[in-house]
Design a protein around this ligand. Structure first.
Ligand SMILES: *Cc1c(COP(=O)(O)O)cnc(C)c1O
Length: 470
């Protein structure tokens, strides 16, 4: 592609993007496609000869678009949000154009230094003390894997990478059942094994780990000659927003010399609002935490903020420094590949810089406060409507509910059918979860494009479809 054609097509893509955003609300939220339908429209082999861009672009609109679920849709109420504020999309276009590898300071000085500075901005914005240092990972899953590897290495005196785990007592990690599956995966990948992820029961409406049970599990493991290494706490669990008591958990971590990692992938964004910080009270005592600006805050995926109190322990765990990567820069330079699992890194800080400047913290706080208020109002409205009951109270902007037509039918099957019917209708997108073994419908408000009118429409659609199925 020559430069003139590149110019024309970039403009065309930008215009397409703006049109897409302008007409998003008219599309069904969840793709209405059947499994295999997209693949069936793609030829089985790559073309031997070049095809015209116009054909490729036309096929993109014809084949791809109908097979997409629209995460930027104003009535996306499923999972958690994956916002991409338009300003962060613009930053990503610039990043794509430069396509730099940001593994070392030398390969990307501006990206490296901006990453340090914008994460200091974010650290201060969420009320973390200055002792925390940040790095942008591709996902919360990667940040948590890095944390679990650091826990393991710290407990093994940093000998695990060299000696493997067979030479040592069994490493033990503690978490409740409310934590995200990325904790399980991290424990597998770290070689610790699922059997050494000790599940601590929860109690109370916040579904926090029972800290007495946590302490007894650690003490019992120690007495049995096992090696307690760390605790993973969650603040805003994926299912219904469970939150561990970070202060009480960190007191135990300190008493036993364990590492504490806090997964606040979703809820962490809300901590830019001081009134929500009680939810993670004690966070300054954690060894590390992760929050995803690519969820609620509006930085296009991927952008996961990983804060650590002791970067040296992380770097000692993850840095390999083959000779060809050694850079003899000035003292104090940071090579962020030593803080991450992959070597190659994208310039992720730029979109966060664009976002924080273009919206301002006040703009982002106003959005999050609206979402929380609207979600809580909808929860109250549903709770007051015949046939509906809340299963879990709102945590920030997430709650869960069930519908009961009152005719004695199987309510798990009925509520699954209700979710499916709502998503087939296309005006909303919701997902289900299980709470204490029973199906519940999750509702979260988090899309930047959502307005209060979308919440009113959601109420009408949910009530009408539930009525139709009754
Ligand atoms: C979304 C989420 C994750 C996973 O985040 P990725 O960035 O997709 O890896 C982990 N934990 C919690 C609590 C989440 O909400």
């Amino acid at each position: 592609m020559d430069n003139q054609a590149f110019r024309d097509w970039v403009v065309r893509a930008a215009e397409w993007a703006a049109d897409y955003r302008a007409t998003l609300a008219e599309r069904p939220v969840r793709a209405q496609t059947k499994p295999g339908a997209v693949a069936a429209q793609l030829p089985p082999r790559a073309p031997e000869t070049a095809e015209p861009m116009a054909d490729i672009f036309a096929d993109f609109e014809r084949v791809v678009l109908p097979g997409m679920t629209h995460w930027q849709h104003p009535r996306f109420f499923a999972y958690f949000p994956a916002n991409a504020a338009p300003v962060s999309v613009i930053a990503e276009i610039l990043v794509s154009a430069m396509a730099a590898q940001c593994m070392l300071w030398q390969t990307s000085p501006a990206a490296t230094e901006m990453e340090t500075v914008v994460l200091q901005w974010l650290r201060d914005a969420i009320g973390l003390p200055e002792g925390f240092h940040g790095v942008i990972q591709d996902s919360a899953s990667s940040a948590t894997l890095a944390a679990i590897l650091t826990m393991r290495e710290r407990a093994l005196g940093f000998a695990g990478n060299r000696q493997g785990l067979a030479a040592h007592a069994r490493v033990r990690i503690y978490a409740s059942h409310e934590v995200h599956s990325s904790i399980d995966k991290a424990v597998w990948i770290a070689g610790i094994g699922q059997d050494n992820l000790v599940r601590i029961p929860t109690r109370g409406p916040s579904r926090a780990m029972d800290t007495e049970a946590l302490e007894s599990a650690i003490a019992a493991d120690r007495a049995a000659g096992l090696l307690p290494a760390g605790i993973v706490a969650c603040v805003g669990g994926t299912s219904v927003g469970a939150a561990d008591d970070v202060a009480a958990t960190s007191a135990i971590a300190q008493r036993y010399g364990l590492y504490l990692h806090v997964d606040a992938a979703w809820a962490g964004a809300a901590m830019i609002c001081p009134e929500f910080r009680a939810m993670w009270q004690g966070i300054e005592q954690a060894d590390s935490l992760v929050l995803n600006p690519h969820k609620w805050l509006g930085a296009q995926f991927d952008c996961s903020a990983h804060f650590v109190r002791d970067p040296a322990a992380l770097v000692r765990t993850l840095a390999v420094e083959p000779e060809f990567l050694r850079t003899y820069g000035r003292e104090g330079i940071v090579n962020y590949s030593e803080w991450s699992i992959p070597l190659g890194r994208r310039f992720r800080a730029l979109k966060l810089w664009f976002l924080l400047r273009a919206h301002g913290l006040e703009g982002l706080r106003a959005m999050i406060r609206d979402h929380v208020r609207w979600s809580q109002a909808l929860a109250r409205r549903l709770a007051a409507t015949a046939g509906f009951a809340l299963v879990t109270e709102p945590v920030l902007s997430l709650f869960s509910f069930r519908h009961d037509p009152g005719d004695g039918r199987d309510l798990d099957a009925h509520n699954l059918a209700l979710v499916a019917a709502i998503n087939d209708d296309g005006r909303l997108y919701l997902t289900q979860t299980r709470v204490d073994g029973r199906v519940a419908i999750r509702f979260q408000v988090g899309a930047m494009t959502t307005s209060e009118a979308d919440i009113d429409l959601a109420f009408d659609v949910i009530r009408a479809i539930a009525g139709r199925l009754s």
